[in-house]
Design a protein around this ligand. Structure first.
Ligand code: GDP
Ligand code: MG
Length: 175
């Protein structure tokens, strides 16, 4: 259709991380500027898209969301195939979800392309009073692993655009 004519690039991005950290809501905030309090866990792999301008090119971000496959090693390699970027999400109020981040990085390194751009996302910063993961811990981890790092809130929208734009800009630079 006419819209597709203008698209310079399609970038596949995958969203990963433990269950209930807010992956689907972060994605909805970015693609639809929407938040749903009682989102049901999605069945089957799905993606959402948003077309935007990155470095004066029209980019269609095709963002894949896991659906109940968040158990260790349950995400199939097909999910990662062709992905240029990854958003690795944890919940700042759930220490366990941060402790598992290293496993998710390992998954990415073994299944995804070597040049994949990874952004580590500490979500739910609107729940500051329940914080269980100090920002410094995540900054240190991200620096050691060479990841970009953002703290976001899908609820308020805080930093969601910034995180996606940084990821897409870096993809533009590596491909
Ligand atoms: P997923 O399993 O990682 O896809 O997580 P969901 O996106 O389904 O979100 C899990 C739960 O966390 C839902 O009840 C959401 O309403 C809630 N949630 C997601 N993002 C945020 C956020 O930024 N702040 C708050 N307070 N709750 C959130
Ligand atoms: Mg989900």
């Amino acid at each position: 259709n006419g819209d597709d004519q203008k698209i310079d690039y399609v970038y596949k991005v995958v969203v990963i991380g433990d269950s209930a950290v807010g992956k689907t809501q972060v994605l909805s905030r970015f693609t639809r500027n929407d938040f749903c309090f009682d989102s049901k866990s999605t069945i089957g792999v799905e993606f959402q898209t948003r077309t935007l301008t990155v470095k004066s090119k029209v980019v269609k971000a095709q963002i894949w969301d896991t659906a109940g496959q968040e158990r260790y090693r349950a995400v199939t390699s097909a999910y990662y195939r062709g992905a240029l970027g990854a958003l690795l999400v944890y919940d700042i109020t759930k220490r366990e979800s941060f402790d598992h981040v290293a496993r998710w990085v390992e998954e990415l390194r073994s299944h995804a392309d070597n040049s994949i751009v990874i952004a580590l996302i500490g979500n739910k910063v609107d729940l500051e009073d329940k914080r269980a993961v100090p920002t410094e811990d995540a900054v240190e981890f991200a620096e050691n692993e060479g990841l970009y790092f953002f703290e976001t809130s899908a609820l308020t929208g805080d930093n969601v655009e910034a995180a996606f734009f940084k990821l897409l800009e870096e993809i533009y630079c590596v491909v």
